[in-house]
Write a protein of this length. Sequence first.
Length: 125
Amino acid sequence: MREIGTRVGRVKVLFRLLEKLDDNTPVPTNWPTTCFAYVEWFSPFKSRHDDNHEMYSISALPRRANGTSNGSIIPLTDIRQTCQLFPKFGRDNVDPGWTTDTVLDNCTSFYVNNWASLYAYQSIW
């Protein structure tokens, strides 16, 4: 089933299917030739934006019962744009383990910056 609407996902890998198999066997004729992305999804947007800064919040989805990520393989053409995420810091001290390299793995709640550009404002907010 294909979902409709805007979702935030983290692209983990871009790929294309092989044109020939390892023994030079041609692939099936119905094999797609487009590029794909493996995306790990965040939660859908909350129904209402935050009143202080008018940004929507999202959160990392928990792993499935079998331990796998909530991810999908989608055509690259289904990706509309990039978006900027701000960690939801709260009132406590920021975890010193959070860096630009680790925050997407360690933080569980984010704000989506719909103010990053006119296009982001028009398409996210």
